[in-house]
Design a protein around this ligand. Structure first.
Ligand code: CS2
Length: 498
């Protein structure tokens, strides 16, 4: 009585009561917006929002973020009730630091008012659009990067109905911006895709060409001349928030924060410096601005994400709930070290001065962080969209050099075994994947033997390039591993291999 809910909840009214080290670096609500961010998930809150706040605190600039949730209304409602404030707890075995972030200027829900978000993209004060929408939202074949639009994207690109999809929103927004001649813009992909800026540029170009009767030629030319698509490498381990995350935030802040996220202390951001409309001074927040993010991207996708997926599939099959728990499976670390040293390191040229083996060792240390409870099932999701850049590119590059991708083939087999839907003790495993129907149909066709499963899944041309699927040596390796996983389970297979 007399005590309002607001008083015990994070918001502008609670700022003065927060412990000193938890207070935002910028005064919330005072920084005008310059960025639209699509995808308000935990990763954005613990990564780009943190860098942007630190950059504004160091160097100023009208770079507040308008956070747009494409689908979920839940996060928008929670953040709106907290005056766009949320906290990030960095945690390792050695202690926690909880900081409230004040860089979000507004939060919006795309599906409730698509026209407003289209208008935002055409607003001259917005000069950068960042994206964390996950691999599948790009609607491109993971194997080739060719646009393969579903019905909703096709409707967005060929009718006048309000857009429902990310490609639809981007195209409508860019056409509105071109019509208003509202100044140059950067679209910055922060998703774990290969050459993510080039993919995003391809998505925009192919979407503009999809129904070119609807796109005035001068608008397409305006986009070519005024919009940049730098590549980026983003890195921070940020699991989905849980009740524990909220309880920890409350204990640290003294008020509840329903949009709290937890993350490892480590973070990295490598960005190609091509921003015709300007950008925040992210380098002052620790980001690396470069001419070519390619080597960093390959390093991270293959030596971190590829290994993450490997541990996720093997761990889920062996009944382990989290990545840190999966790392305790006997011989798993040894096998991951061999994957990194023998396959990943031999597959590409890393950034100058970086040792892939040392990087991989650091990654394994980060994965072992006992207080980051990153679930194997969460990382196992959307495998068809992740496998190409995380594992298949390693295999393709090794094959081009005439080498044998022994350990990378194990990862492919582990994914296949995972899609079959049962762990080693028979517990059912979810297949949460945009290609789930196609994968299940392929499995039905090939279910009788490991060779049948490998051949059927290799037939998914969206995932496996024809040349790789026709490579007998790779096929034999994957069949061998799948046979072992099927017959003996993960633990014995690893013990026999290490
Ligand atoms: C993970 C990534 O969910 C996944 O597939 O591999 O989200 C990973 O945690 C980040 O890329 C780390 O930067």
């Amino acid at each position: 009585m007399g005590v309002t809910v607001g008083a015990s909840r994070l918001g502008l009214g609670a700022l003065r009561r927060l412990p000193e080290p938890s207070r935002p670096l910028v005064r919330p609500g005072t920084v005008p917006a310059g960025i639209v961010h699509l995808g308000l998930g935990a990763f954005h809150r613990a990564h780009q929002a943190v860098y942007t706040e630190a950059a504004i605190a160091q160097a100023g600039g009208d770079w507040g973020i308008v956070g747009v949730a494409p689908r979920s209304t839940d996060t928008v409602a929670k953040l709106a009730a907290q005056d766009c404030l949320f906290s990030v707890t960095s945690t390792s075995g050695d202690g926690n630091l909880t900081q409230v972030i004040g860089a979000l200027a507004q939060v919006r829900h795309f599906a409730s008012d698509p026209a407003a978000i289209v208008a935002l993209l055409a607003d001259p004060t917005i000069r950068v659009v960042t994206l964390t929408v996950t691999e599948k939202a790009y609607q491109m074949d993971p194997a080739t990067g060719r646009l393969r639009p579903d019905e909703a994207v096709v409707a967005d690109l060929t009718t006048d109905r309000p857009p429902l999809t990310v490609p639809g929103l981007l195209i409508r927004g860019l056409l509105a911006r071109a019509a208003a001649d509202a100044g140059p813009l950067t679209l910055l992909s922060c998703d774990n895709l290969p050459s993510n800026g080039i993919r995003l540029a391809g998505l925009v170009t192919q979407s503009l060409e999809y129904d070119d009767r609807r796109v005035p030629p001068d608008a397409a030319e305006w986009v070519r001349d005024n919009v940049s698509f730098p590549c980026t490498m983003v890195d921070r381990i940020v699991p989905a928030s849980t009740e524990q995350t909220l309880a920890d935030a409350r204990a640290a802040l003294g008020v509840s924060d329903l949009a709290a996220v937890v993350a490892e202390p480590y973070r990295q951001w490598v960005i190609e410096d091509n921003f015709p409309g300007g950008r925040p001074a992210w380098e002052q927040a620790g980001a690396v601005l470069t001419d070519d993010a390619g080597p960093w991207e390959r390093l991270k996708l293959r030596a971190l994400n590829g290994v993450h997926s490997a541990i996720a599939y093997l761990g889920a099959l062996a009944g382990r709930e989290t990545i840190a728990e999966a790392l305790e499976i006997p011989y798993l670390r040894d096998v991951m070290r061999r994957l990194i040293a023998e396959d990943v390191a031999a597959s590409f040229t890393p950034p100058d001065g970086v040792s892939v083996v040392d990087y991989g060792e650091e990654v394994l240390g980060r994965f072992a962080n006992p207080v980051i409870r990153h679930r194997t099932i969460q990382i196992a999701m959307d495998g068809s969209q992740k496998l190409p850049q995380r594992v298949l590119h390693t295999i393709e590059d090794l094959r081009a050099a005439g080498a044998r991708p022994r350990w990378a083939a194990l990862v492919v087999a582990a994914w296949m075994r995972f899609t079959m839907g049962r762990s080693d003790d028979g517990t059912s495993l979810p297949l949460d994947d945009p290609l789930a129907t196609r994968i299940r149909a392929a499995l039905d066709a090939g279910q009788d033997s490991p060779a049948g499963v490998v051949d059927a899944l290799f037939g998914l041309t969206e995932v496996f390039p024809a040349e790789l699927a026709a490579d007998d040596e790779v096929r034999e390796l994957v069949i061998e591993w799948l046979t072992a996983l099927d017959r003996y389970g993960v633990e014995k297979t690893l013990a026999g291999a290490a």
